[in-house]
Design a binder for this molecule. Sequence first.
Ligand SMILES: [Zn+2]
Length: 110
Amino acid sequence: MKTMANKRSFAKAKDPRKQYPELRAALRKRVMAMSDVCHICGKPIDYSLPSNHPLSFHMDHIIPVSRGGSVYDIDNLAPSHRICNMRKSNKIPSDNMKTIDNPTPISRAW
Ligand SMILES: [Zn+2]
């Protein structure tokens, strides 16, 4: 009669990138300390730019998370420009994710 044991352990699967914000912040610092050059285009990154700026710093996953790359492994992270990261993810040819041709329906008022 112990079928209902450990009900609490069934945590909902969330987007792993949105979990552990503190760890993410720490990794961000480590990636920033790694280099100030974008690993995609080879140009310097201005860390003083606001995060919504296209040339601002962005943590890039070398192996995309969608392809099984590790989210929090420092070896899978490299500094990049935000725009380069976005371009790169759109460039993967054999991917099913057609982010470019798929206009995101925004139902939320931000
Ligand atoms: Zn770049």
